[in-house]
Design a protein around this ligand. Structure first.
Ligand code: SAM
Length: 290
């Protein structure tokens, strides 16, 4: 087997060979610990029949672990300076394809249909660029791609918000948006020392396994998420006040009515409502509106 790209010595050799300098603006913090990479790959549960999509391969540290454990790896890299490096470091792996593309602009549905034809088990596995963690995860979920799930390294603070339960200070619209589509689990807390350069924040690896159906069936999904955002607009305010501010003061009576119908005390704060309660409330409001 090849020597790992991710050892500190080999990473430094590669960076020196190509005179590569990190771009902070692209969230470039490369992993330099092969054990962490083995763990990430294991948590993803890949087999020789699986496909893996990576976002931001860097110099290929995680990519090679994915290549060793899955059938095919497709990686999106925005930084063109990394392409010749990846061609070199990943030359032993015939099952890797790199696309020079901003993942946020990619047409993922088409790319997946084209590149993973016949592959039934598909996971996104990535050490995400921290400046765009949330937009990337939301894109992957909202576009309803044929994924089993996502394993991602991200800021610990974001991982805490994603898996937060009602009634905690971390619970908010991000927790609900992600728990609507997936079952999240923080599988590892990761020290700063395994990155080069070291980031300013603590990190965690989170696994999101997609639900077959969203956790609640609502009449209008866009309206549901809009109600949630409005309910959290000012965390210290009650659900009634936040919704009246968001939907219009003249709507207070009909909001009160919907809260009563759904058995939700108007004095509660948004952060105490479960996803199911938000589902019922948004359906009741939607019926009023239409
Ligand atoms: N996977 C490598 C590792 O673990 O060592 C690098 C991870 S580094 C945290 C994030 C990578 O994402 C960088 O290579 C960066 O250039 C790339 N990146 C940043 N924004 C991106 C985007 N919008 N689309 C695709 N790649 C992006």
């Amino acid at each position: 087997m090849q020597k790992d790209i991710a050892t500190p010595i080999r990473t430094k050799e590669i960076l020196n060979k190509y005179g590569f300098s990190f771009k902070k603006s692209l969230g470039q913090n490369f992993l330099i610990d092969p054990n962490i990479l083995r763990n990430i790959t294991e948590v993803a549960g890949l087999t020789k029949h699986s496909g893996a999509i990576e976002i931001g391969p860097g110099i290929g540290a995680l990519t090679e672990h994915l290549a060793r454990t899955s059938k095919k790896v497709l990686a999106f890299e925005i930084d063109g300076r990394l392409l010749p490096i990846l061609e070199d470091t990943l030359s032993p792996y015939a099952n890797v394809e790199i696309l020079h593309q901003d993942v946020l602009k990619a047409n993922l549905k088409t790319v997946i249909a084209e590149k993973f034809d016949g592959i039934e088990d598909l996971m996104v596995v990535a050490n995400l660029p921290y400046y765009v963690t949330t937009p990337i995860i939301m894109k992957l979920l909202e576009e309803r791609l044929p994924l089993r799930g996502i394993v991602a390294m991200l800021q610990k603070e974001v991982a805490d918000r994603i898996s937060a339960k009602p009634g905690t200070k971390e619970y908010g619209s991000l927790s609900i948006a992600i728990q609507y589509y997936t079952i999240p689990e923080t599988v590892m807390i990761v020290p700063k020392t395994v990155f080069m350069p070291q980031p300013n924040v603590d990190s965690a690896v989170i696994r999101l396994i997609k639900r077959e159906q969203p956790v609640v069936q609502v009449l209008n999904e866009e309206f549901f998420f809009d109600i949630i955002r409005k309910s959290f607009a000012q965390r210290r305010k009650t659900i009634l006040n936040n919704l009246s501010n968001g939907l219009g003061k003249d709507q207070k009576e009909f909001i009160l009515d919907a809260l009563h119908k759904t058995d939700i005390d108007p004095k509660r704060r948004g952060e105490t409502l479960t996803i199911e309660e938000f589902g019922k409330l948004s359906d009741s409001l939607w019926e009023f509106v239409n």
